[in-house]
Ligand binder design. Structure first.
Ligand code: ATP
Ligand code: MG
Ligand code: MG
Length: 383
């Protein structure tokens, strides 16, 4: 038996909350660093939580004193504080991995050395219109201007359709470190959750993700109409990319499947990920269960990461009204095989992830048919 290890989690949003759900089932105490009453703290009553931010060194130091291993539900944390506490407490994945990955440009420079295919890109040094216009000539239009740091849910991306869009793009992402990416003409987006353990690199099945306005809307597990060969390539790419980083735990790998059936990395996350929420119902061990086990060196039977049944996950995203997520929930309640996960974030704000629903079926077609009424409701509520 293990000696009741305590896990410290930087961040108490929905990902932290679902990690706590997994920790709770193993009687593992999870100490969360975030504001009081954050979604993860709400379902975990003990005096080990820390109030503050994962960007404050003092708060990270305080959390380190309370636990045996520290992990993060988000990559935008103070990695200098993590580096400091790493001499006293285990940090998983490593602070080096989180530091490289949290800057998308550095992440890509690092992965390039390992031969991971990705969209051609250029760094901006001065963020001037002239500089971006020159990059536009090299990469062509449209191109995706991206913030190197603090990017999530597409907040940090701006599609530049032509030279005329440059002033608006620079205004939208002003005061942020930037790079620009060649447009990826993908026919589908794929993702693979990878679990790095002390001596293995395991992975969940390849899924198809659908983004709307750069934010994840739907995930199909397994990916629909994808050949075995592409599936194997996606698995290999994801494992190779994650192997380029030190540390244990879950990593989310997002990819583009291009018209010529080649694959390109979109980005990698050093944490549990939205594209893996379906694993809660779709597999014997969820990505959250596996993350907790990986960072504590507990066994993960690879068979437990296999698909049990086709699954579709739909995000419930804040719409035009503060109660939009509740209307979506109302519709989900009537759907067979629908598992509803609300994150308890209070009132909805446009674009904010408020919850998700996973529908499983004996076949993908059955799951698609069952979830369609809910997709229709969500589509009418968009902000
Ligand atoms: P996440 O919430 O996954 O962290 P993010 O804000 O970091 O997202 P990206 O994953 O880089 O942003 O991009 C979000 C989405 O924008 C992608 O899933 C894809 O749909 C689109 N996108 C990103 N880069 C490109 C590109 N070079 N060409 C075309 N579309 C792109
Ligand atoms: Mg991202
Ligand atoms: Mg992404």
């Amino acid at each position: 038996m293990w000696n009741s290890p305590k896990v410290g989690i930087l961040g108490g949003g929905q990902l932290g909350r679902m990690l706590v759900e997994s920790a709770n089932r193993l009687n593992i105490q999870a100490n969360v660093l975030d504001v009081d009453n954050s979604p993860a703290k709400q379902i975990s009553s003990h005096d080990g939580h820390v109030t503050g931010s994962f960007k404050e060194p003092d708060a990270v130091r305080k959390l380190a004193e309370t636990c045996d291993v520290i992990t993060a539900e988000i990559e935008h944390v103070d990695t200098y504080a993590l580096e400091e506490v790493a001499s006293k407490v285990r940090v998983e994945p490593s602070w080096q991995a989180i530091r490289t990955i949290q800057n998308k440009f550095n992440q890509k420079e690092h992965l390039r050395k390992y031969g991971i295919p990705m969209a051609e890109h250029r760094e901006l040094v001065n963020n001037t219109p002239e500089e971006l216009a020159q990059i536009g000539e090299q990469l062509g239009y449209p191109m995706m201007l991206k913030s190197k740091t603090m990017a999530y849910d597409g907040r940090g991306n701006f599609r530049v359709n032509s030279k005329e869009d440059i002033p608006e793009a620079l205004e939208a992402l002003k005061d942020r470190p930037l790079y620009s990416e060649k447009w990826a003409y993908f026919k589908m987006e794929l993702a693979v959750m990878v679990i790095k353990t002390k001596d293995d690199v395991l992975s969940y099945p390849t899924v198809e993700t659908v983004q709307e306005d750069s934010i994840c809307k739907l995930v199909y597990a397994p990916a629909r109409n994808v050949s075995d060969a592409i599936n194997q390539q996606a698995q290999a790419l994801a494992r190779k990319a994650v192997s380029a980083f030190e540390g244990k735990g879950a990593f989310g790998v997002e990819m583009f499947l291009l018209e010529d059936n080649s694959l390109m990395l979109c980005e990698l996350a050093s944490r549990i990920h939205n594209s893996g929420h379906w694993t809660i119902e779709g597999c014997a061990l969820s990505q959250f269960d596996s993350h907790i086990r990986a960072i504590l060196d507990l066994p993960i039977p690879p068979k437990s990461l296999e698909l049990l049944q086709p699954s579709i996950m739909l995000n419930i995203i804040g719409g035009a009204t503060p109660d939009s997520h509740l209307k979506a929930t109302q519709a989900a309640l009537a759907i067979p095989n629908a598992s509803i996960h609300l994150y308890s974030k209070g009132a909805a704000k446009p674009g904010r992830k408020m919850g998700h629903v996973t529908v499983t079926g004996a076949t993908m077609h059955e799951a698609e048919t069952m979830i369609q009424p809910l997709v229709d409701v969500v589509d009418t509520m968009r902000a």
